[in-house]
Ligand binder design. Structure first.
Ligand code: HEC
Length: 118
């Protein structure tokens, strides 16, 4: 019994420890350390701060469209398909869209009168 308890609490301790370890951040860039992190750090912090990434959220498609936009207009180079896949997986896994990134609009009744409406 005592042994079981001991094992159980050690198990709980371990899962907390791994949970805690699950999100590590790169001290230099603030990027989450996860698979693909090295590739993103190498390719995506050349022209601008990684804050552009860590403050951004998006699914795979929206990350891809940001990359395409930079490639078309900002001189970002093309990636090999495998590297692009790694980068997109990293970005959409670690910086996914959140349900509410902004508060909902106020109700009309909570607003002052609109001075422009007659
Ligand atoms: C060749 C230079 C260059 C590289 C490399 C580069 N970017 Fe950018 N990126 C830019 C420029 C320029 C902007 C626009 C800056 C501005 O708005 O003033 C930008 C903007 C962004 C934005 C902000 C978009 C927005 O609308 O808020 C994000 C996010 C971003 N980049 C992510 C990335 C990611 C991810 C990578 C790696 C795949 C990357 N960047 C690599 C040049 C680059």
């Amino acid at each position: 019994m005592k042994k079981t308890l001991l094992r159980l609490s050690f198990g709980i301790f371990l899962s907390f420890a791994t949970l805690h370890a699950a999100q590590k951040f790169d001290a230099e860039t603030g990027l989450i350390i996860a698979p693909g992190f090295e590739d993103v750090k190498t390719n995506c912090t050349v022209c601008h701060s990684a804050k552009f990434i860590t403050l951004q959220k998006g699914d795979r498609d929206s990350w891809l469209s940001m990359i395409r936009w930079m490639q078309k207009t900002q001189g970002l180079w093309k990636f090999e398909p495998k590297l692009e896949d790694t980068i997109l997986t990293y970005l959409s896994t670690n910086y996914p869209p959140t349900k509410a990134s902004r508060r909902p609009n106020l109700k009309l009744t909570a607003l002052p009168p609109n001075p422009y409406s007659k």
